[in-house]
Each structure stands twice: as C-alpha cells, then as structure tokens.
Design a protein around this ligand. Sequence first.
Ligand SMILES: [Fe+2]
Ligand SMILES: [Fe+2]
Length: 220
Amino acid sequence: MIDTAAILRATREFSMARHADTAPCHDFSHVERVLATAERLALEEGADPFVVSLAALLHDIGRGLEPRLGPLPDRHEELSVEIAGPFLEARGLPRSVIDAVLDAILNHRHRRGRTPSSIEAKCLYDADKLDSLGAVGVARAYLWLGEHGRSVHYTAESWAGVDPANNATENDSIQREWQIKLSGLKDALYTESGRALAAGRHERMRLFLADMELEVRGEA
Ligand SMILES: [Fe+2]
Ligand SMILES: [Fe+2]
C-alpha cells in the first residue's frame, strides 16, 4: 500500500530544497501556485491527482542547474526528469506512476517538438502556463524584468524588427511579451478547465496593460 500523503510531503520537501537558490520568478512559490492550479484542473478533468501533484511539485527542480550547462542551455525539463527519476524510484512507486510523472514533467514545455499527450501532462502544462497570466503573471513578469535591468514600459517601436524568437534580455518588456506570446496563451492551452481559468486571467492582464498605456501618457 502506497502512503501517498507521506510521499507528497517528502516530494514537497525535496522540491523546496531544490528551489532554494532559484530566481524569484521561478522560486518555490511558483511551484506552490502551479500545484494548486494543477490539482484543480486534475479534479475538473478527471486526471490522476497523485500523478499530477507529483509532477507539479517536481516539474522545475532542474532549473537551478540550467545556467551551468553552457553548450546545452534551456533544457530544465530534461534535467528535472533526470533528478526526479531516482527520487521517485527510491520511494518504491510503481513503474507506471513514475513513468506518468516523468512524462508530464518532460512535456511541460514545447521544446524539441514535445507536446503533452496524457491528461495528467496537459493539466501540468496548463497550470504552468496559467502562472504567466493574470495578476500573478504581471508580478512575475516584473520580477524577471527587474532581474535583467529592464524597466516599466516600452513602446512597440522599441522592438519593431526584432525577431519574435529572439529572447535576448535587452529586448524584454511586459508589453512585448504580451504581444508576441502571452495574449495568445489562453487559446493555446490543452484542457477546457485551463482555458476557462485563462479567460479571466487574460482579461485582468489585458486591462492592466491598457491602464498602463494611459498612465504613462498622463491620461489616467
Ligand atoms: Fe518549467
Ligand atoms: Fe514552471
């Protein structure tokens, strides 16, 4: 008999330690929000709640190792799987549970042609993306911009002609991020429950950015 509550507690401790040194916009509070949202989506979508909770807790544990990679950057989902695998095996979980968790972690990003296919992976993917929208999305965007010396407001002219795929931090702004990525996120989620949550978060973020346009011109 698996003691799921004890395993979830141990996984939470393990993840918290792994996130001790991660930057504020991907600190353990991101994991806790993704967990809460993923648990809600799992319930509404009929996904396995244990698999979804484990995957949410472990999905970004490789982030802390990413900067040291040099020739292989931007693969924290693969690093998370490499670390999570032995951890889950040591808990004595069935192989099917471990594989389902690792699959969800690996597919929580669209990198190298990956896409979530199981309902558990879809719940994690959507919950992770939802943390980029709404009030929390605004706060996290500014945490990121602050880390990279960027400011409050930039006009569309400032990034005109810059390739949308160019992620160089000197082009970063919440306005550009909204235009090239975040405004389309609500239609790019995989679950009906995720899209329903995204609609409200999209609108709150859109209104925030619209208000800012007025305020920077002294019109509101
Ligand atoms: Fe991630
Ligand atoms: Fe994440």
